[in-house]
Design a protein around this ligand. Sequence first.
Ligand code: SAH
Length: 343
Amino acid sequence: MINLLDLNKENLASVIDDKPYRAAQIFNWVFGKGLRDIEKMSNIPRKIRHDISHRAYIGYPEVAQIKRSSDNTEKIAYALEDGNIIESVLIPEKDHWSICVSSQAGCAMGCTFCCTARLGFTRNLSLGEIISQVLFPVHTYPERNFRNVVFMGMGEPLLNYENVVKAISIITDPDGPRISKRRITVSTCGILEMMPFLWKDTGAGLAVSLNATTQAQRSAIMPITRKYPLTGLIDALRAYQLPNRRRITIEYVLLGGFNDSREDARRLIGLLHGLKVKVNIIPLNPWPGCPFNAPDEKTVLAFEERLKDSPVAVMLRKEKGNDISAACGQLAGGTLNVDKKAC
Ligand code: SAH
């Protein structure tokens, strides 16, 4: 049986094998309307519905748990068919909501400050497992006006490139959930060989987790730096082609006493000189067993001020959902995953 959620428009057309508009109609039922029952596709002839039902289904992961934070951020744990747990976060903004989705079960990158890294890597998520993290909230809570999708949950999206690209094409399709390309951001620890394709293949925004300003400092917290040295990453940022008004987001997690000094700020400004970027400062969200401390507030503000005094655009990311472990770097399927209780 084929899960229709695993098919993009093109794949769907080849499976349906009828007039081209038929695939678009079915696509709209599944992705635009969030229908879960093939028999209810009222504008599709009964014979075709039966035929599809014999070969395919619409299979969502089970919603295992929804936790709500005091600031209304919600963390959803999904149980996948093979028992893996992944998490998404729904984030309320002023007049809309954002969705933070996972792209892998666990993560292989091993960043020492990130709780997901503790799980290790299990596998890439299927297209259906990615897209259902968008479809479920969009169609369950239509009044929330979901407008942004960020690939900043569990996993490294550029290592599940094909499915992430397909998911973005569905999310932005006029017959699908119709979220604007401009409001989708893919965050990477810096998988250099995939970065140049992202813009061309999706039109989505790019965020890069920099988190350090020297090769030694970055290697100590992000093992990927041994494969792709910091200088290569900066060169790749310089070469990254974006239309005029768009900028790459640089994420910089502030780790208390490790990368939050005056010197670090100075080096960061120097490193980013001349690049079309905006820096997102993220004070560490600690988790039990985390080897770093959160920076104190004074240090965070001082760091922000130093960047503000430079030509580099900067924004301090407000911590959300910390009380339910839904903040950046805290996703680990925690309470549900008894074997992996460390996080
Ligand atoms: N693998 C991708 C996306 C997932 S991490 C990436 O590396 O970008 C999303 C963001 O959360 C990254 O910028 C990462 O640096 C940050 N992050 C990870 N652990 C964190 C923590 N404990 N506190 C704050 N931010 C964290």
